[in-house]
Design a protein around this ligand. Structure first.
Ligand SMILES: [Zn+2]
Length: 89
């Protein structure tokens, strides 16, 4: 996993500022266009995009969200978030 700081990126659901991104693979240091963002404050899902060379978030299409919902990696992140909220981590 690699983490990077982000500037002026805000969750589309709760408006919490995302101060960083963490890749779940070893080969992606920075988010790719269309990479999934999961807000650790509210669990909001969005996709990374570039606007004038800066990272931003955009909502997913219905097809993208269906694909994200079926992804085992995303489900694992939500499981970890639920366990963390329950004090199990
Ligand atoms: Zn959020």
């Amino acid at each position: 996993m690699k983490s990077n700081r982000l500037n002026n990126v805000f969750c589309l659901s709760c408006n919490e500022q995302l101060v960083g991104s963490t890749s779940v693979t070893d080969d992606n240091e920075l988010p790719d266009e269309g990479a999934v963002s999961i807000c650790f404050n509210c669990g909001g899902i969005a996709l990374f995009t570039l606007v004038d060379g800066d990272f931003a978030l955009r909502p997913g299409t219905i097809e993208e969200l269906e694909s994200i919902n079926a992804d085992e990696g995303v489900r694992h992140v939500f499981d970890l978030m639920e366990r963390a909220k329950g004090g199990q981590l």
